[in-house]
Design a protein around this ligand. Sequence first.
Ligand code: SF4
Length: 436
Amino acid sequence: MKYVDEFRDGATARGIAARIAAELQPGRRYSFMEFCGGHTHAIARYGIAELLPPEVRMIHGPGCPVCVLPIGRIDQAIALALERGVILATYGDTMRVPASPAAVGPPQGAGSPLGGQTPQAPRGQQEGLSLMRAKARGADIRMVYSAADALALARAHPQREVVFLAIGFETTTPPTALVIRQAAKEGLANFSVLCCHVLTPSAITHILESAEVRQYGTVPIDGFIGPAHVSIIIGSAPYAHFAEEYRKPVVIAGFEPLDVMQAVLMLVRQVNDGRAEVENEFIRAVTPEGNLAAQAVVSEVFELRERFEWRGLGEVPYSALKLRPAFARFDAERRFALTYKPVPDHKQCECGAILRGVKRPTDCKLFGTVCTPDNPMGSCMVSSEGACAAHYSYGRFRDIPVVGASACGPSAGPLPSRPAIPLGDRPVYPPVEGQT
Ligand code: SF4
């Protein structure tokens, strides 16, 4: 196949679904985790869950970079912008991730947005802050499309400190490494990075070692759909450990619907054969060794953190990166002597359980009522790759009883705004949304 519309062909998708159904072993159930938020989005958007036989269950994983960013890291970024007067640059989705509550009211004092004062929240007058809301309170927070944009801001404002809040998995790490190396080359004295880059294989290990998987069996995982873009960087080799040590098949897949369908078929075949191997469905982009040049620049600039808190997973050892001592002057945590304080989620938010595969978006009482993409209460409702946002945008129509056309009216109750479009009936080039 050459063109993207061929990867969205409805007849072919239905053919693969029929093959999956034909190859299922009688009485057996199959549970596969799609680690990556890009796949979660594709599954919801293209109605893949409805195409699959009921014996095949897809479990959403923690591979949405915005979703796993803990509140404490957002708080650090907000404090830098509100209290230290830096220009804080970050990607668009990150701007809306809920942070800790803060005082409602206008900024105080001159100079830095709050005159150097920590925002104090009067009892009963707290609202959930976010980078977007901090910006509305006077913080200089800029949305950027790339790490290079953040570096350009530092060049353009030599009198100001510019901090890049860098998030994401292995896909977005190489560009951050490149700008840090470039800043060192140029001798930029006002640029630093608040590094929140995390690692996919460590998170998969953490899931496989979790009590829900190993002890209680509440998250039955027969195999993984491996990430697309991440695997372009790291290659397919790092997943061999999961096949060998944990006997879990991994199939790396692209983000198009036929990629996902084909990956499920390959996983079903591995399970049926009793095999646990790493297979690569996304051969048009992923190689065993990955992008060696990208890996080299990441290794030059970053080293492993001993521990890092993930939203939903808690502290995961050796699961994130920090700047090497040679680049310490570009490390915002050192430069501003930041300390990290873990902050619990909203007590009714089920993001943690959803990110571990234990619950689904509809298990949360706030889903679709208090919490919507316009007013996210948890991180899974922010990015289009988040399980809650994906289900809200494309899947929630399934949760609502179907009513006849004549029943539509003021008393007919809420109707979905964006039902999933059946494959083959949709526009050839629907607008592309972010797939990190
Ligand atoms: S619906 Fe909102 S509050 Fe509930 S789990 Fe999802 S993001 Fe969290």
